[in-house]
Design a binder for this molecule. Structure first.
Ligand code: AMP
Length: 329
């Protein structure tokens, strides 16, 4: 018995009830929120051609432009008569569309640790590693009534592949592989997806070499790098390109936590990207205006003093963690 079946049925009923559905996602879009939003849009458009189904957000991520675009925004009146489906954010303050609140009813679909029930229905699956996988599972449950095209699959596959680090992270399971097989069976061009996602410019590679040369490690093994505005300028990369290098620090023996601090070009604050294996970083992120997953979180710090303080917290946490798990790693 599928323990989520009742919630999924409620969502399908709501979708059937509305003639107009608007899908929104989180700020600073990544592959998963774009994949889930556009993938769900395609499934619903193909399954219910008479309905108006829109995918609407504000911010763009240039590395995801290859996917295709979302829809133009619509008037407040349209929101007022619509079902709004919010994908891939635990908290309402990260929704990249202030008009979402106007929706007649709101459904939250997410895979982050739940901290806020901002929907009339809140469908949260921390057991699945990507919201795009939740959408694929939804399709799988109702496949007699829903249509999955190769276009939808390309979006959803992009979401799964980016949020699982190409099927390497915790949360990858037989069930996820089953869902992925449904996508692959529709025969979209997988090479096109990878060519767009993983190509880098020469200046990004040069910056990568600089990161390898200059990253630091705290006493107890937290690896980190400060991506200042000066460095971004020197290597002529965008904020986004600089931030994308966080996982270059992932394979250092003994460094179970690695952190990138990326300085914002405009307000000079620092975006923090925290990653880990075995250890958990979400509580550190929570303390610095952030949150996310146990092993992949984001936060914001205001200045170097806060960077020091966060590093001290992470170092102390790792010290205790290593003491409690001696010999395991
Ligand atoms: P990022 O390093 O930005 O890719 O973030 C890692 C994970 O943490 C993603 O799943 C984000 O959705 C989440 N996250 C990032 N920043 C925040 C924040 N300020 N508050 C809550 N969650 C966040």
């Amino acid at each position: 018995m599928d323990e989520y079946l009742i919630q999924k049925q409620e969502i399908l009923n709501k979708i059937k009830e509305y003639e107009s559905i608007i899908i929104v996602r989180h700020i600073r879009p990544d592959g998963d929120c774009m994949g889930a939003s556009l993938g769900l849009r395609e499934i619903l458009r193909d399954s219910f051609p008479q309905k108006r189904i829109l995918s609407i957000g504000q911010m763009k991520s240039s590395y995801l432009e290859f996917l295709g675009s979302e829809d133009e925004d619509v008037s407040e009146d349209v929101y007022k008569e619509s079902l709004v489906i919010v994908v891939d954010t635990a908290t309402s303050d990260r929704i990249d569309n202030p008009k979402y609140q106007l929706g007649k009813e709101i459904i939250k679909i997410d895979h982050h640790i739940p901290v806020e029930d901002y929907g009339n229905i809140n469908y949260v699956r921390v057991d699945l590693p990507a919201t795009s996988a939740i959408i694929t599972d939804f399709y799988d449950t109702f496949k007699d009534e829903l249509v999955l095209s190769s276009k939808a699959s390309r979006y959803l596959y992009t979401g799964i592949v980016t949020d699982t680090g190409r099927f390497r992270y915790r949360g990858v399971s037989g069930h996820l592989m089953h869902l992925t097989s449904l996508l692959l069976n529709t025969n979209f061009d997988i090479e096109e997806v990878y060519s767009n996602l993983y190509m880098r410019s020469p200046q990004e590679l040069k910056l990568l070499a600089y990161v390898y040369e200059h990253f630091k490690v705290t006493e107890n093994g937290v690896a980190y790098f400060l991506m200042s505005n000066r460095i971004q300028k020197k290597f002529n990369v965008t904020n986004e390109e600089a931030a994308a290098l966080v996982n270059s620090l992932e394979g250092i023996r003994g460094s179970l936590i690695w952190i990138f601090f990326i300085q914002n070009n405009i307000d000079k604050t620092w975006r923090v990207r925290l990653r880990s294996r075995y250890a958990k970083v979400n509580e550190i992120a929570n303390k610095y205006r952030g949150g996310g997953h146990l092993q992949a979180s984001g936060a914001t710090v205001m200045n170097k003093k806060e960077i020091k303080s966060l590093l001290k917290d992470a170092d102390l946490y790792l010290k205790t963690f290593k003491e409690n798990n001696e010999g395991v790693f």
